[in-house]
Design a protein around this ligand. Structure first.
Ligand code: ZN
Ligand code: ZN
Length: 278
């Protein structure tokens, strides 16, 4: 797709753009509900379905869910927040967050990472009973050959869904907070990969249109417009949701994926991303 796009000359590209129809599928509908039940104009929130929503509608939905005030948290979300607070508050020698903050985190088991991922996913990407769920696998992997890589996400169509992380690498982007920078690094990496997972699960792959999968999700090797927007929302809400200022290395994601650019972001978009290097 990338090659084909760049092989076209400019005239052909413009022609192709004009011929592209905006998607007419209902996947472009807003996911949020509107109005008051039993009153005219009321519509219920759409249930999340696998590969069924335009990526930018998912950005709106995840932003809305993260900003929702405390009263609107589900029981499940509240339980996850309490569980996370308990983990943060555990000062015993074998505490999970302490071990996650060791320079090498390999003493944290796969089951413990699974549980941590589940907790963070429930807090930041809550689902309702009618939504399809994200079922993620986790594996530690050795990425010491790629020292700047903390982890990666394997898509559903390519043997996933799975988050893999390296217990030895760290980004150097995080500062010490209520937990040390190595733990901050790994918690931020989980959230970084969860944004990939969320889009992989729920974003539709409609035929080319101005808000298509390849432009909004896939460019910059998966760190396109939709990923940037959701990652921004995670960073903006992390302090109120989990008490930590997380850094999802958004700038570095673009920097290291520069050869994966297919469409230039607009100036307005760039301003909204508030990119900064660590
Ligand atoms: Zn990434
Ligand atoms: Zn679509």
């Amino acid at each position: 797709m990338i090659e084909a796009y760049h092989k076209d000359d400019r005239v052909k590209r413009m022609q192709r753009r004009r011929n592209q129809d905006v998607c007419t599928e209902s996947c472009d509908n807003a996911i949020a509900g509107a109005g008051t039940p039993n009153e005219p104009g009321y519509c219920e929130r759409l249930p999340l379905r696998l590969e069924s929503h335009h990526a930018l509608r998912l950005c709106d939905e995840s932003k809305r869910r993260m900003k929702t005030c405390n009263d609107d948290f589900s029981v499940e979300q509240d339980e996850a927040r309490n569980a996370f607070a308990t983990l943060l508050g555990d000062t015993s020698d074998g505490a999970l967050i302490k071990r996650l903050g060791n320079k090498h985190a390999s003493s944290v088991s796969r089951d413990e990472m699974d549980a941590l991922i589940k907790i963070l996913s429930t807090i930041f990407f809550p689902t309702t009973w009618s939504d399809d769920k994200m079922e993620l696998d986790f594996k530690w992997t050795d990425l010491r050959g790629w020292p700047s890589c903390m982890g990666d996400y394997t898509e559903r169509a390519h043997g996933g869904p799975m988050i893999r992380m390296c217990a030895f690498n760290f980004s150097g982007a995080q500062k010490d907070g209520p937990v040390n920078r190595f733990a901050m690094d790994r918690l931020s990496t989980i959230l970084h990969e969860l944004v990939h997972a969320y889009l992989d699960h729920y974003a539709c792959r409609c035929a080319p249109n101005p808000r298509s999968y390849d432009e909004d999700v896939e460019q910059f090797k998966g760190h396109g417009r939709a990923w940037q927007r959701i990652a921004c929302s995670v960073e903006e809400n992390a302090l109120s949701l989990v008490g930590l200022e997380l850094d999802l290395t958004r700038f570095e994601s673009i920097q290291t994926s520069w050869d994966g650019i297919m469409y230039w972001p607009t100036q307005e978009e760039l301003k909204r991303w508030r990119l900064k290097s660590a």
